[in-house]
Write a protein that binds this ligand. Structure first.
Ligand code: N01
Length: 548
């Protein structure tokens, strides 16, 4: 038996209790980084993971075509020991390669031995006398830990809209985020895809190639950007590695955690010819360059933003011949300012939706009334399907945390505490939940930041804090109420200077009925965020109430 395991006996049935210094939930980029760094710092750590393997989002999201929208060079940890002999085969790797990457990391960092797989946290309570958390799991074992770190990811709670009659449908229904591990065969089938976020775009591209008929049901078009996908040769990878030391440093100094940042001029600070030339060159870079390497005022100024939209539309219209489809996917009036809803990358999406085997239903003209035994009934008729794909997104950023039955010192869960809006200090801790921390959660860079960059940069701040608390003999750490209000007010003040509040996006919590409408991300960019963390540390943990 593991020497940390204690058998508790008594009248009640015995519960196997494992004693650790830090218990982490979630074995994606953030959780695994915590495991690696905290172990190096001498902590005893275990990770609890609901999935049957490590990889987090790349374990669950294995729908056809699932691939990452960050380019592979930046979609990895910065440790040279890992990247020196790792090479993605595609510029934007797919889920199979991403899973292989996690195997590579495990081979180097020896992670799996401390990850408890196929196990869900069912509840947790804080004991004031010991200043430790007791964490319960669905496998019957408890864990007792001084520090409890939630790395549940920004998309671990799928959103399934309550369509009437869903149970009546006799075919298969799959949410992209809960895709069967054995896959779903679409060949020769009639497939419906509902939604047009990153998941909807990617599934449509594959379904269009595989299925007999595909029907895309969409409400709001995603303003997608060309991925310019390509194979990475060994020469490409060698070239990439030459720049990685510098790029890995740089990515912590940019707004979105990439090796590029916004231009240092606004759209109307250059003349017409220069503006067109710059738009053209950013467009050619493709991917998120078009989003986060664009003019510096596009996310703030409506007129500048409209120029970006008009350029985008011109490019897309050149690919769509059918005027009805053109108005659905690239309408004359933007559905919202450009880039304040996540713009996904596409490879041949606009060609696929014009194929003979593809139908497009504009839900604004023809809303879904209900699901039926055979398919989907809209206000204009019934469509028959074998498979319905729900690419309907997630209760993002906060949903993975609020769904947990973790009771704080006031007896309520994070979900109950945040019913009227999120309150955190540094997007990392919340009052009433001492010694509990979260990575990639609300009011941190989270969804505005490349995942591995955030996992490392925010992760390093947390590791630094935990080491300092331990070394100072601090056993209880709790966010202060006034610090939470100040952080919340700062996030809101900056958010209100941007165009983000103008869209009903998951960034704003607006995709989930009843969820408070607020920007869920820290809006001032990664460098400002890291500076705020450093300020707290250097000012004797400002914003935290600490005691020995
Ligand atoms: O989800 P989404 P997602 N009736 O919320 C529609 C990351 N990700 O899974 O916009 C009809 O973006 C909804 O319509 P509307 C990435 O950060 C990354 O695609 O509300 N439709 C929308 O079209 C991404 O942003 C990658 O009008 C309904 C869609 O469903 C995030 O995850 C891959 C509906 C949901 O889009 C989420 O992406 C996949 C209803 N009742 C995901 N309810 C890569 O990096 C919702 N919709 C590649």
């Amino acid at each position: 038996m593991d020497n940390n395991v204690i058998m508790e006996t008594g009248a009640a049935p015995s519960v196997q209790t494992t004693d650790v210094d830090v218990l982490v939930v979630g074995a994606g980029f953030a959780g695994l980084y915590q495991l690696h760094k905290l172990r190096q710092a001498g902590f005893r750590v275990k990770v609890i993971e609901a999935g049957s393997d490590i990889g987090g989002i790349w374990h669950w999201n294995r729908y056809p075509g699932a691939r990452v929208d960050s380019h592979g060079a930046m979609y990895q940890y910065s440790d040279p020991d890992l990247w020196k002999d790792w090479a993605y085969k595609e510029l934007y790797p797919g889920w199979e390669e991403l899973r292989a990457y996690f195997d590579h990391v495990d081979a180097k960092w020896d992670l799996r031995k401390d990850v408890v797989l196929s196990t869900r946290v069912t509840g947790a309570d804080f004991d004031e006398s010991t200043r430790k958390w007791t964490v319960h799991t669905d496998k019957g074992g408890d864990y007792v830990a001084r520090s409890f770190v939630l790395c549940t990811g920004f998309a671990s709670k799928p959103y399934i809209p309550e369509f009437e009659g869903m149970k009546d449908f006799k075919g298969e229904i799959h949410h992209t985020g809960l895709w069967p591990q054995q896959g779903v065969d679409m060949r020769g089938k009639r497939v419906a895809v509902i939604g047009m976020g990153a998941s909807g775009v990617q599934v449509m591209q594959e379904a269009g190639a595989e299925a007999k008929r595909v029907t895309h049901f969409l409400r709001t078009p995603c303003l997608a950007i060309p991925m310019w996908q390509r194979q990475m040769t060994e020469v490409d990878n060698e070239e990439m590695r030459k720049h990685l030391p510098e790029d890995m440093m740089k990515r912590k100094q940019t707004f979105g955690g990439f090796n590029y940042d916004f231009q240092d001029v606004g759209v109307y600070e250059v003349d017409d010819a220069k503006r067109e030339e710059m738009f053209e060159s950013i467009w050619k870079a493709g991917g998120f360059w078009w989003w986060l390497n664009n003019f510096n005022d596009v996310l703030f100024d409506e007129r500048s933003n409209r120029a970006q939209y008009d350029f985008w539309r011109k490019k897309v219209l050149a690919r769509i011949k059918d005027p009805r489809l053109a108005e659905i996917y690239a309408p004359e009036q933007p559905p919202h300012p450009y880039g304040v809803k996540r713009p996904s990358l596409e490879q041949n999406f606009y060609e696929v939706v014009q194929q003979d085997n593809v139908d497009v239903v504009d839900l604004k003209q023809e809303p879904i009334v209900r699901f039926t035994e055979k398919g989907i009934q809209t206000t204009k008729g019934e469509y028959e399907f074998d498979i319905i794909v729900l690419a309907t997104g997630f209760d993002a950023v906060s949903g993975g945390l609020t769904q947990l039955d973790i009771r704080g010192t006031a007896g309520r869960t994070l979900g109950e505490k945040w019913r009227d809006g999120v309150r955190t200090h540094l997007g990392m801790a919340s009052r009433e939940f001492p010694n509990l921390y979260f990575i990639y959660g609300p009011q941190s860079p989270s969804g505005f930041c490349n995942g591995p960059t955030a996992a490392e940069a925010q992760g390093d701040e947390l590791v630094k804090l935990l080491v300092k608390f331990r070394d100072a003999g601090i056993t209880r750490v709790e966010a202060k109420a006034d610090a939470e209000e100040a952080w919340r007010n700062h996030c809101k003040m900056v958010a209100d200077m941007t165009l983000f509040p103008k869209a009903d996006s998951w960034y704003m919590g607006a995709n989930i009925p009843g969820k408070p409408r607020e920007l869920l991300m820290y809006p001032s960019g990664l460098p400002a965020y890291l500076q705020a963390c450093e300020d707290s540390i250097s000012k004797h943990f400002a914003g935290f109430e600490v005691s020995r």
